[in-house]
Design a protein around this ligand. Sequence first.
Ligand SMILES: [Mg+2]
Length: 195
Amino acid sequence: MTVDPLPNTNTARPAFFLDRDGTLNIDHDYVHKPEEWDWVPGVPEALQKIQQAGYLIIVITNQSGVARGKFSLSQVHRLHRYADRDLERYGVKINGWYIAPWHPDFHKNKDPELLAERKPGTALFERAAKEHRIDFSRSFMVGDKATDLKPALQLGIEPYLVVSRFMNAKLKGWAQTNKVPVLKDLPQVVNKLQL
Ligand SMILES: [Mg+2]
């Protein structure tokens, strides 16, 4: 029998993984400027409750607009800094923004590992878990599309689908088949979990 000489005091933490467009901010299509950033009502306050309940906050976002040449990756970073500054008013800190700027239609010869960063790939979830020592089994994922929640189902993260303009009968059916609860928005998820 081997005994670990150092007690493991650095235990893994639970996290809220969050999609960006349609979950945090209203999806106006290829949002990339601060003036296009509109919080879904109640989201900053919901993030505050999530953080106060001891969860890390990790955003995982596909930004194919970069691949499509609609905007640059540095514009995406600038937008996230803007959101970070806005959240300072609420004392909220996003622990990690993970961006997948690749798209298979535009990056045919790209390293498949990089293409796998795009949801429904699990690569960015796994990188975040490694970088922040996250326990998937005590974590949640909230998003407005099936592609957001497929990786959660695969990794054993509890999924919640929220309603955006992408909600339709097919998506509702998918959620039902996969036993993914559907709620109006992130504040409702936080209420349901009584955070
Ligand atoms: Mg979305």
